[in-house]
Design a protein around this ligand. Structure first.
Ligand code: PTT
Ligand code: SF4
Length: 608
């Protein structure tokens, strides 16, 4: 077999057992890798209904056939598990040297189950795999953990680690790497913490099996060059994702005051233009010539890497008009290993709850000093922080009906930084994202602002499904960064050609989309199995967007219309081959080669 090693490294921490498993080659062809491989393994192996923070859950770290190879922006890995935040399927995509080393160590994925009694870290050097003591690492932040492990193992390794938030099982703790890359928004860091794994260190030195190395080298050179030639390249290098602050404000989608508004009069205090003036260096993921991690000196005099989502969620959403202070909060989140999107959302929620007198504590909008302490308290689950560590969904359930109306989440995952009062297509993208409200699967808003903005139509739903196929299906299973295509328009055609050169199997877009649809339908089936049923309300965006109109900006007075949203949701289900309740039909399951799912779902829902 070419393109894949055909091997999965399995570590059972409870039994301290390590085995290498050969996977059936058809699994790779049908699921490709990354997210596809992860959901297939979780479906096959997890006992339904388990507590995600128990030893019975599995932590999956998966590459794809193109990840970690010298190809554009390929240094990515999928980290996946049953989510402690949503109780459904959860994953994230992290840029890390561990991607390169996993590829060279000879494994397509690592599956970790059970739990250690005491803190450990896992050391992998090709076929040497050891579970090592990590008592002296436990309690450290992610930066200091990485420093210590580099001192011990040298720089030529890839490291994934958790911070105090993962150790304290914060429901939106992430896995961190390279002091500023963070992945696994739905609490994958907490799963790692529940297994008492502080870090995973990988050092590989093997030659991956590739079908046509010369062709792959040729495609690599060509595509790197094409990226450099793109018109938008220079601006991208200057601002990266931070350019989105001004754009979002212009288009009334900048999350402001817990997603109450889409515009903020102080947007310039956190903008990409300001960031450019403060920038001291650029960082990024391996094998990438688009390095988009823009670093400034934060309020504490330390370096902090900024991205749009972090800055909007910890800036406009909590009304903090100071980029250096926002940067400090962002760096704290990276050190503590906590997701900035869910954090900014949870803080906005708590500020609104305080304003409305639903909690006893006073937490003012934009109170930087208070927020800084609250972020630390959240990571360590101290005082009010223990409540915030539960995330918006659980907090709203315990505060009651009024709070549920301003709880900005879908399926328990907090919404990323796009306010959709006036963007029905993007609202549907959040509603149907397979891990809860994340923009990663379909950034439809970029197209929607150029279309009839308030239309609820088929064209938008078709574009949404296309984006999900490319972004959530193809990029998450090849496990390479999507930004060369999204931001600079790198020709999509490179990807099937690279996949063909790597695997020796003939691929085209249609064949990749078939895999993408299989992955989406299997993820949906996983949710249905975990929730023991499904209803279309689970695919609704936050109540606020239907109930509380915008009061500022060009779209003041606008909110979503529920009956029109339902029409688009019907179209979406129809395009996916799911029934009126969002449940895949038998015919769809058969068509996608998911016959093995039918007998399981039949016991839970009426399959049409
Ligand atoms: C991603 C989500 C994003 S998406 C951002 S900013 W973005 C936030 N970044 C965080 C951070 O930083 N620190 C932190 N403590 N929490 C954070 N939470 C948020 O996490 C990320 C980049 C970005 S920056 C984006 S859009 C693209 N995302 C990709 C994706 O999802 N898939 C893919 N194939 N390619 C992608 N390329 C881009 O990668 P999650 P990263 Mg990420 C500091 O992890 O869970 O998917 O959430 O991993 O290495 O930081 O790369 O404006
Ligand atoms: Fe990483 Fe940015 Fe490059 Fe993507 S574009 S690989 S997120 S540095």
């Amino acid at each position: 077999m070419y393109g894949w090693w055909g091997k999965v490294l399995r570590i059972d921490l409870s039994r301290r057992k390590i085995v290498v498993q050969q996977l059936d080659p058809s699994i790779y062809v049908n699921y490709i890798g990354g997210r596809g491989l992860a959901v297939k393994l979780l479906w096959d192996e997890l006992v339904p209904g388990i507590d995600p923070l128990s030893p019975y859950n599995k932590l999956i770290i998966a590459g794809g056939p193109l990840s970690g190879l010298p190809l554009p922006s390929s240094g990515k890995l999928v980290v996946a598990s049953k989510s402690p935040l949503t109780l459904g399927y959860g994953d994230g995509n992290i840029g890390t040297m561990a991607s390169v080393h996993l590829k060279k160590a000879g494994y397509d994925a690592i599956v970790i189950e059970g739990a250690a009694k005491k803190p450990v870290y896992i050391y992998i050097e090709n076929d040497k795999v050891e579970i090592r003591d990590a008592e002296d690492l436990w309690g450290r932040d992610t930066f200091s953990t990485e420093d210590k492990l580099v001192r011990e193992h040298g720089k030529n390794v890839g490291i994934l680690e958790i911070g105090p938030a993962g150790e304290h099982l914060v429901r939106y703790a992430t896995i961190v790497s390279m002091k500023g890359r963070s992945g696994g928004r739905p609490g994958i860091g907490a799963v790692m913490g529940s297994k008492k794994i502080k870090a995973i260190v990988i050092k590989g030195s093997l030659e991956p099996p590739l079908a046509d190395k010369n062709k792959l080298r040729e495609l690599s050179e060509e595509s790197y060059k094409e990226i450099l030639s793109k018109e938008n390249y220079d601006f991208w290098i200057r601002q990266g994702t931070m350019a989105t602050i001004v754009w979002s404000n212009e288009n009334s989608v900048l999350p402001t005051m817990n997603f109450r508004e889409g515009v903020w009069e102080y947007f310039e205090t956190i903008s990409g233009d300001l960031m450019e003036k403060l920038k001291v260096e650029r960082r990024g993921c391996p094998y990438c010539n688009m390095q988009c991690g823009n670093v400034i000196i934060d309020d504490m005099g330390e370096k902090s890497e900024l991205d749009y989502e972090n800055v909007a969620m910890l800036g406009s959403n909590i009304l903090l008009p100071d980029l250096r202070k926002v940067a400090e909060l962002n760096k704290l989140a990276d050190k503590l290993g906590i997701d900035t999107i869910s954090l900014g959302n949870s803080l906005g929620f708590i500020m609104e709850a305080s304003e409305k007198g639903l909690i006893r504590e006073k937490v003012e909008w934009g109170d930087y000093k208070e927020v800084r302490e609250l972020v630390k308290d959240t990571a360590y689950r101290r005082g009010l922080g223990a409540f915030i560590a539960e995330g918006v969904w659980r907090m709203s359930l315990s505060l009651g009906k009024e709070a549920m109306e301003f709880a900005i989440h879908v399926k328990g995952l907090e919404v990323s930084a796009y306010n959709c009062h006036a963007a029905p297509g993007m609202a549907l993208a959040f509603g149907t994202s397979p891990i809860g409200a994340h923009h990663k699967d379909a950034w439809l808003i970029g197209l929607e602002v150029k279309m009839d903005r308030f239309a609820y139509n088929r064209e938008k739903v078709e574009k949404l499904v296309f984006l999900q196929r490319v972004r959530g299906g193809m990029f998450e299973s090849l496990t390479t960064c999507r930004l060369p295509w999204v931001e600079l328009g790198l020709n999509l055609d490179y990807y099937p050609r690279m996949l063909t050169a790597a695997t020796g199997i003939e691929w085209n877009m249609d064949k990749i989309f078939e895999v993408a649809d299989r992955i989406y339908t299997l993820i949906r089936s996983f949710w249905i199995r975990e929730y023991q049923g499904w209803s279309r309300e689970m695919d609704y965006p936050p109540i606020r967007w239907f109930k509380h109109p915008l009061t500022k900006g060009p779209f003041a007075g606008k909110k979503l219309d529920i009956s029109k949203y339902n029409v688009m949701l019907d179209m979406y289900y129809e395009m996916r081959g799911w029934d009126k309740n969002g449940v895949p039909t038998k015919e769809t399951l058969k068509k996608l080669g998911l016959e093995y799912v039918i007998s399981v779902l039949e016991k839970i829902v009426e399959l049409r």
